[in-house]
Design a protein around this ligand. Structure first.
Ligand SMILES: Nc1nc2c(ncn2[C@@H]2O[C@H](COP(=O)(O)OP(=O)(O)O)[C@@H](O)[C@H]2O)c(=O)[nH]1
Ligand SMILES: [Mg+2]
Length: 159
């Protein structure tokens, strides 16, 4: 997979911190919100580009809401790896489990980023059992803690 360019998709539930993570990795990242029927719901996408581990990484943030499965399918085409962002202050989420299973079936290497570790309610041990073989990194997309380091480590694993 060492072709110098990586497409990474960022998955995870709504509000987990996907957009913040991409913004943290690339301050020039674009955040796109498209309004759906009636203007009450939005589909949010993100795009960023960052250098890590000597490679150029293209980051595609996917919408978290369950009903945007079709958008995730489109964005996922040709991805070399994935990041699953999890809110470490929240309880285990069935969507995270489904995403992980889907990535395993598709043979896509992925990392779990347990986000919001700066908050007092952060409890990473809650997720310890559900991650299979995927590497798990504790990060804060808000403070930036461990974000670049986690990405670099994950990229090294992919090469
Ligand atoms: N305290 C804290 N708040 C965060 C962190 N990451 C994201 N947030 C907040 O969580 C909310 C959702 O973040 P966002 O990136 O929009 O989530 P998305 O829906 O997954 O894209 C926002 O209010 C963020 O400011 C973090 O690491 N720490
Ligand atoms: Mg978002």
């Amino acid at each position: 997979m060492a072709h110098g360019k990586f497409k990474l998709c960022v998955f995870g539930p709504y509000n987990a911190g996907k957009s913040s993570l991409i913004q943290c990795l690339d301050p020039a990242a674009r955040h796109i919100e498209a309004r759906c029927e009636g203007g009450t719901t939005t589909v949010a996408l993100d795009y960023g580009k960052v250098q890590a581990g000597g490679e150029t990484i293209y980051l595609f943030g996917t919408p978290g809401q369950e009903r945007f499965e079709f958008v995730r399918q489109i964005l996922a085409r040709g991805m070399d790896g994935a990041i699953v962002v999890v809110d470490s202050t929240a309880g285990p989420d069935p969507m995270v489990e489904r995403l992980s299973e889907w990535l395993v079936t598709r043979n896509v290497p992925y990392a779990i980023m347990l986000n919001k570790c700066d908050l007092p309610g952060s409890s990473p041990s809650r997720f310890a059992r559900e991650n299979g073989d995927a590497p798990v990194y504790l990060v804060s997309a808000k403070s930036g803690e461990n974000v670049h380091e986690a990405l670099s480590l994950f990229i090294q694993n992919l090469k």
